[in-house]
Design a protein around this ligand. Structure first.
Ligand code: ZN
Length: 410
């Protein structure tokens, strides 16, 4: 059985940019290794979720792994919480949360509470909260971020956000998003929680200290993105009988992989692997190559091309793409792996957001058909013989190229 090395470059494709002679950053960047991979492989375009759908990173990744997001996705919360090391169980409802600041009139004046270095002080102060038999589990994440899980019987993720997402507004009352008893109950408990937390945090001594030091108090927990892991969600191992390892810097991506039961590698600070533009991609790829010896399939997620495009920084995106290219040199020269490279969605530097344009994808390895394209890019891959596929087609193609597909029929 062939081993698989699978690279997902977040937000790698773009739209043509006037200042780049109407090329995209991927077409403009000098990428000899990516181009060699495309020359040696079979390429096409992929609609990760569906034609014309503008995917989030989470729904796009689920699709690529073969999980229909319309069945398995309810919100980003569980992946964010799992990504910071929280145990998310089936039946839990999980959220992305922030420490925020309410002013004297009860309006949100800062959604990030003046960006504290950590939210441990409010998580510790709030301690264990239980309302109507539902436990609230909070854990500090980076900066102002908090992971938040509700645990107990009769919960539903079908509830609206309490975080107003804007300053100068009160926190939203949480509403049920369907007619079930569970959604109604969950919304009621969340509204009680929201009031209780605001009341408790008024007396938090660390907040008094922050105010005395001229800083904003963290006197509210803002939450959004309610989600739950569906009862019937299989692990990647259940689905494909493959042992997978996932190598990434960003918590959301690690969270998705954890929820799907993959082994997730955690880099230490000395590795320089950060999930940011300054990430040490060479170390990341080298570690992934080392880990690949013990797994059937090795996924590598590379984040920063997306972040740079969301900042409108197409020059930075070009530079980062060239860095990806340099790090992939060993894979361009490799003949043993079944190698796959693609992206989760297009991120337009001009619009500073994800778009629904399809993304390039290339498969390369012994036995894989080839085509006549000369480069890895939006225009070239659209000419490839793989043509247009959807995210849900990727894993079946991988399984077939690994020689593991069962015969359908006789
Ligand atoms: Zn993404």
């Amino acid at each position: 059985m062939k081993k698989v090395f699978f690279v997902i470059c977040d937000g790698l494709p773009d739209r043509p940019i006037k200042e780049l002679d109407n090329k995209t950053p991927l077409e403009y960047a000098k990428t000899p290794n990516l181009d060699k991979i495309a020359v040696d492989g079979l390429s096409g375009m992929m609609h990760t979720v569906d034609v014309g759908v503008r995917p989030g990173s989470d729904t796009a990744h689920l699709s690529i792994f073969g999980y229909d997001p319309y069945t398995y996705y309810s919100g980003r919360g569980p992946f964010e919480c799992a990504g910071i090391g929280m145990e998310v169980n089936k039946g839990d409802v999980a959220f992305r949360a922030n420490a925020g600041t309410l002013d004297d009139s009860g309006l949100v004046s800062d959604r990030r509470a003046g960006r504290p270095e950590s939210t441990k002080f409010i998580v510790d102060f709030l301690g264990e909260i239980e309302i109507d038999g539902i436990k609230f589990i909070l854990q500090e994440s980076l900066g102002h971020r908090i992971g938040m899980i509700m645990r107990g019987p009769g919960l539903s993720p079908k509830v609206s956000d309490q975080d107003p997402r804007k300053v100068g507004m009160p926190v939203h009352e949480v509403h049920p998003l369907d007619d079930t008893v569970e959604a109604k109950f969950t919304a009621e408990v969340l509204n009680k929680f929201s009031k209780l937390v605001a009341e408790k945090l008024k007396d938090c001594p660390a907040n008094q200290e922050r105010i005395a030091a001229g800083k904003l108090p963290a006197n509210i927990v803002l939450f959004r993105g309610a989600g739950a892991i569906p009862e019937h969600m299989p692990s990647l191992k259940d689905k494909y009988n493959l042992d997978a390892v996932f190598v990434a810097g960003g918590p959301l991506y690690k969270g998705i992989a954890k929820v799907l039961g993959m082994t997730v590698y955690d880099f230490d600070e000395a590795s320089g692997v950060t999930g940011l533009w300054n990430s040490n991609l060479q170390n990341k790829i080298n570690k992934a190559l080392e880990l690949s010896k013990d797994y059937d399939i090795t996924f590598v997620h590379i984040k920063a091309a997306d972040t740079l495009a969301e900042d409108g920084n197409y020059l930075g995106k070009i530079e980062f793409i060239e860095k990806i290219d340099a790090a992939l040199k060993p894979l361009a020269e490799d003949n043993d792996f079944l190698f796959v490279i693609t992206s989760d969605h297009t991120t337009s530097s001009a619009l500073k957001q994800h778009t629904g344009d399809p993304v390039p994808i290339t498969f390369k390895g012994e036995g894989v058909r080839t085509d006549d394209i000369n480069a890895f890019g939006e225009r070239e891959c659209a000419k490839g013989r793989l043509s247009h596929i959807k995210g849900e087609n990727v894993m079946p193609i991988v399984i077939d190229l690994m020689g593991l597909a069962e015969l359908f029929g006789a």
